[in-house]
Design a protein around this ligand. Structure first.
Ligand code: RP5
Length: 181
């Protein structure tokens, strides 16, 4: 079963502690075949202790579910949706059309056009209906972007993100130093 709700970490609670144990981020994808890519977003959310849910929602194969999911997302407490799709990748855009919360689109790499089809389908949204599109296959950045968007009202989470960035910087510096040895 793909739908999962992780336990809430105290780090992600806003100052007033309003939010209960409901997922803050929804990770959805057009097909089970997108899961290996989308797992990277889930991994980031787990690392930062963000309560999240994962599900398959297809714009073309399960249109009714797409509508129910998108229209109920904000009311259920979701604050960001990460949507991955490949080929004629209409899922992120259609979700964005039916929810007021931010949608991050992940273009899935395809075998025929290397994901350029997915990228263009997701990124070329009309004015008024934004989808924040990450690079082809880069679900890690989608996860990080979701965490960053939750940081504004969560100081402890912001600290964790700053720590993540410092670690990354240190790793690059260490590699540079080892090259000079
Ligand atoms: C899209 O079609 C999915 O997002 C997936 O990337 C692609 C192929 O789906 P499958 O035929 O592998 O289920 O809707």
């Amino acid at each position: 079963k793909l739908l999962e709700v992780e336990a809430i970490s105290e780090d992600v609670l806003p100052e007033d502690g309003r939010i209960g144990a409901c997922p803050l981020v929804g990770v959805i994808m057009g097909s089970h075949s997108d899961l290996p890519t989308m797992q990277d977003a889930v991994k980031v959310l787990k690392e930062f202790g963000i309560p999240h849910e994962v599900d398959i929602v297809s714009a073309h194969r399960t249109p009714e579910k797409l509508m129910t999911y998108s229209q109920s997302a904000a009311g259920r407490g979701l604050q960001v949706i990460i949507a991955g799709a490949g080929g004629a990748a209409h899922l992120p855009g259609m979700v964005a059309a039916m929810t007021p919360i931010p949608v991050i689109g992940v273009p899935i790499k395809t075998s025929t056009l290397n994901g350029q089809d997915s990228l263009l389908s997701i990124v070329q949204m009309p004015r008024g209906v934004p989808v924040a599109t990450v690079a082809i296959g880069n679900a890690t950045n989608a996860g990080l972007l979701a965490v960053r968007s939750l940081c504004a009202s969560r100081p402890k989470l912001r600290e964790k993100m700053e720590e993540y960035q410092l670690n990354m910087k240190k790793m690059v510096e260490d590699v540079s130093a080892s090259l000079l040895e």
